[in-house]
Design a protein around this ligand. Structure first.
Ligand SMILES: [Zn+2]
Ligand SMILES: [Zn+2]
Length: 293
């Protein structure tokens, strides 16, 4: 025998399930995003040129956003208080030089490599299934950790070996006070290795294409953030707890004191190898005498 109260309860439960069915997505969120991209832009996404276009365009978008602060910031006290080296600002000729180097590297190294890939690599098949949110997050963090380790070793070698430093890496240390465009003020060889690891790491970790592209864009973002010259409250290093992430202040120390903070993302390798250096907030910036210590 079912009582009136029980019938009422069943109706509520029934209505609730109807509500869930109508309003909650039947597929995971990323599946919607992936289906939309896959069904509408299949030819573009399958092109081997797509990752290059994606990373180059996101680099310029992030650079321009921070460049506004680099140019106007000193007139806006609300922004300027977050500047890491308060008294040093980039000049127009520094910025133009970096744009020139970036354009040269892309024309001479990156685009020919991408076009060559276009010839010898068949278009990539797009899987039907999207990654789950957990798979995507694990893939992105895994790729960042793997890249962090490779670049740490590579970067340390280029500082310890005089020939490697002078030939390939010194150009990136032309500026001690950073601004967004200095991110890719690099020797072509360095840009090629960075591009190679960024491409290969998600493949090693068997990441989905959607995860791979998200990792690539995030990687570009944090690289620009490291060089933007500001330590904003939304810096990745402030969002990741326990000082696990280096961020703009620590990379700024690397540009002032080049034998420290070799890791591009996380702080653990520098702590293990004894090359970790904290930014000194009370001084504002390191004194010139402490450079190359
Ligand atoms: Zn740098
Ligand atoms: Zn360096």
């Amino acid at each position: 025998q079912i009582t009136r109260a029980e019938v009422g309860k069943m109706e509520i439960v029934g209505n609730y399930t109807d509500f869930l069915e109508v309003y909650l997505p039947k597929r995971p969120l990323l599946q919607y995003v992936w289906d939309y991209l896959r069904l509408n832009y299949s030819a573009t996404l399958r092109s081997p040129l797509f990752p290059v276009i994606l990373t180059v365009s996101s680099y310029f978008i992030f650079c321009v956003l921070y460049l506004v602060f680099n140019i106007m910031g000193r007139r806006w006290p609300l922004i300027h208080k977050y500047k890491i080296q308060q008294n040093r600002n980039p000049t127009a000729s520094m910025m133009l030089r970096c744009i020139g180097i970036t354009a040269y590297n892309h024309l001479v190294f990156i685009f020919p490599a991408a076009v060559a890939q276009w010839y010898w690599r068949p278009p990539i098949p797009l899987p039907e299934e999207a990654p789950t949110m957990i798979e995507a997050i694990v893939g992105i963090i895994g790729s960042l950790l793997l890249f962090d380790f490779q670049y740490f070793i590579w970067h340390m070698l280029h500082h310890k070996n005089r020939w490697l430093y002078k030939t390939f890496h010194a150009i990136h240390h032309d500026y001690m006070a950073l601004f967004s465009l200095a991110t890719q003020c690099l020797g072509g060889w360095k840009l090629v290795t960075v591009g190679f690891w960024t491409t290969v790491d998600p493949i090693i970790l068997k990441c989905h294409l959607l995860t791979t592209w998200t990792f690539m864009v995030f990687h570009v973002y944090v690289s620009v953030e490291d060089h933007c010259g500001y330590d904003f409250p939304w810096s990745t290093s402030r969002l990741v707890p326990f000082g696990m992430y280096g961020g703009p202040a620590k990379h700024d120390v690397h540009h002032q004191k080049p034998m420290s903070n070799f890791a591009p993302h996380f702080a653990h390798w520098d702590k293990i190898f004894g090359t970790h250096a904290e930014y000194n907030y009370s001084k504002g910036y390191l004194e010139p005498g402490s450079i190359n210590e």
